[in-house]
Design a protein around this ligand. Structure first.
Ligand code: P6P
Length: 344
């Protein structure tokens, strides 16, 4: 039998979280409990996504979410699973989910000191054709824990820069279920071993290559791009950045899948603002911040084009922002072009 199969010391997600928490002397295990609750939610959704085609869970649930998008059954299930798992963890005071217009304030008996922002099933328009989808999450610690525990929640605890997040990650439901997570000390990658029912470490320290030869953007929006984005993409195609050899275009249309490839292979993922989407399409709290946190922790960069993504202060819980993220040198080139053309 393959020696790997007889791994006698599999570093599971739970064990890794404990090693990370032992780094902070005053850790009392609350974040550990919370991250494990997220892991349980991801295992459940991974199982549901696997069975979706068979169990007739594909297709529309009939209802619409606050974004006016048709809500597919898996969206609804994933949202309920994470709300229940986070509530039961007893570690949360406020939840922000892409699927609901209003913040969820956890009732007193289950309330904790963490705020979780999440997209339970990002890329869900791809479910019916079997393309990878994923869960994205970010975690803040309440600025005034006692006030939150007393039930005096305010959105001040939510509309905060990404730099105040204490943890973030995603779980991609693809050929296998892959989780990437950071608690501020680098990025670790895990793969769900279905025979164990555990996420086992497969990428102990993820590093984004400083440059890459893959650009990722929806070319269908090219007519609406700003001049800097247009120029950068032209240079990728002309081979200007790669000794005359053009970059490759890879675009899944599911942020988790496009960011996962960028973290592992390098290159750049872009969802710029354009005439159609003046603030871009991706949501600041539960898409841009968690992905920017991961990319920065893996040695890459994330920008709006003119400002560091993580330093933005959201003005609303579903606010959007343009984002360019990935290999440091690629992102710095787009920032240089933005300065050169003086465009946002
Ligand atoms: P477009 C999926 O709907 C999503 O929110 C992200 O996962 C993805 O990166 C983006 O939208 C794709 O948008 O306009 O290219 O289809």
């Amino acid at each position: 039998v393959d020696a790997q199969l007889l791994q006698t010391d599999p570093l599971t997600l739970s064990a890794w979280i404990l090693t990370q928490q032992h780094r902070s002397p005053n850790a009392r295990g609350r974040l550990t409990v919370l991250l494990n609750a997220i892991g349980v939610g991801c295992k459940f959704v991974a199982s549901a996504v696997r069975r979706a085609g068979l169990a007739g869970m594909m297709g529309m649930a009939g209802s619409e979410n606050v974004q006016g998008e048709d809500q597919k059954k898996l969206d609804v299930i994933a949202n309920e699973v994470f709300k229940n798992s986070l509530r039961r963890s007893g570690q949360c005071c406020i939840l922000i989910t892409e699927e609901e217009d209003e913040p969820i304030f956890i009732e007193k008996e289950h309330r904790g000191i963490y705020i979780v922002v999440f997209d339970p099933l990002d890329g869900s328009s791809n479910i019916d054709c079997g393309v990878s989808v994923g869960t994205i999450f970010g975690i803040y610690k309440a600025k005034d824990p006692q006030a939150e525990l007393a039930g005096n929640s305010t959105l001040d605890d939510v509309l905060r820069p990404g730099t105040e997040m204490v943890a973030a990650g995603y779980c991609m439901y693809g050929s296998m279920a892959y989780m990437m997570i950071t608690t501020g000390n680098g990025v670790a990658g895990f793969t769900l071993d279905p025979t164990l029912g555990e996420f086992v470490i497969t990428h102990p320290k993820v590093q984004v290559p400083p440059r890459g030869t893959i650009y990722s953007i929806n070319e269908g929006n090219a007519a609406n791009w700003d001049p800097a984005t247009t120029k950068y993409v032209e240079n990728c195609k002309s081979g200007k950045y790669n000794n005359g050899k053009p970059y490759s275009l890879r675009y899944v249309g599911s942020m988790v899948a496009d960011v996962h490839r960028t973290l592992l292979y390098g290159g750049i993922f872009m969802y710029p603002a354009d005439k159609k989407n003046p603030n871009g399409k991706l949501r600041v709290l539960y898409e841009c911040f968690p992905m920017a946190f991961l990319v920065e922790q893996a040695g890459g960069k994330a920008t709006t084009g003119t400002a560091r993504t993580m330093e933005m202060v959201p003005t609303s819980i579903h606010g959007r922002a343009p984002i360019y993220l990935g290999s440091k040198e690629e992102v710095e080139e787009i920032e240089r072009l933005k300065k050169e053309c003086g465009c946002q």
